[in-house]
Design a protein around this ligand. Sequence first.
Ligand code: HEC
Ligand code: HEC
Length: 318
Amino acid sequence: MNLFKKIITYRPSFTVRILAGLVGFLAMLSVCTIVGISDIGALGERDINFKARSIEAGARTYAEQCARCHGLDGKGIEANGPTLSHISFVGKSEETIAANNVLGSKEVTKSTRLTQLGWTGSLVNYIRGVVAAGIPIKSAADWETIHPTFSQAYGGNLREDEVNNVSNYVANWALAPYESDDVILPPEPGTGGTPRPTAVPLSAEQEKGKELVVSLGCNACHAIRGVMNGAVGPNMTNIATIAEGKVTDEQYKANVKDQPAATTAEEYIVQSIYHPNAYIEPQCPQGACAAGIMPQTYEQSIPAADFTALVSYLLTLK
Ligand code: HEC
Ligand code: HEC
């Protein structure tokens, strides 16, 4: 009891109080420092997790907003949009992880596209600028439309964080860019793009076929430059030329099933519409084509006269 009383009535001198406070403060400071140092690794990990989540969220936005023009794999879609995943655009980078786990990247190959454009800022900022504000003037005749604006600040439909995430996602392609040239490259700046062939006048029947590709709903999945821009099935801008090539293509002849191999372009087109699953075209805008996507009932549902008009129009697309 005496001891207790002594403790609560203890009045140390100011020197002792100041010293005790100082010692306490230093002790706390060192605990914080030790915890902080041992946590730097975790800090790096959190940074990695944060970037990974941003890229993951960006991938979703990309699939919803960008894939229809740039392709799910970023290889670009004829007439709709240029490649975003090719080495000429994103360049090539390697991932580096510093001792404290902080993720960085090192540029191995420069983007030739940004050099041509005279852009001196970073890749991700270029992407962010295009996504946020769009491109107000079509830079080449190759493209169907001008670039949409996406940021809400410019009247678009994406929040600032969504713009950042999708830009991070596209820039991340630099770690594994496409290097083969089966992509849609943008024309060099200032060249105005490849001149389009003068349109051949269509007969009345072919005009009717041109209306039918839209009224029958082919436009939901297929693109034809200047007519429609679906991006599920193969682009049909040059379907007549493609069909001509198919009839001598060994890959086609070896893989067509349940139907005789077509021997003319016309037979190939008819077969593609009446029996879409007889042969599955390998390459679709968003990756490998899948069987069973294209409706299989056109043979029953399209009246004969309309079908003739449709095929005769498709045969003009060389
Ligand atoms: C309606 C079609 C369309 C949509 C949707 C679209 N783009 Fe584009 N994009 C284009 C076209 C066309 C161009 C080329 C425009 C030009 O140069 O005039 C382009 C160019 C770009 C460029 C510049 C490429 C270069 O080589 O300079 C970037 C980056 C880009 N788009 C990113 C995106 C992202 C990210 C999204 C989704 C948020 C998106 N785009 C959605 C059509 C589209
Ligand atoms: C729901 C989506 C969808 C619709 C609608 C659709 N197609 Fe397709 N089409 C595809 C897909 C996917 C393929 C590729 C897979 C295959 O070969 O069956 C394809 C393949 C084709 C091909 C072969 C292309 C090539 O490069 O070999 C032709 C021709 C074609 N479609 C014409 C049409 C026409 C004409 C219509 C409208 C009457 C139409 N399609 C409607 C999805 C569609």
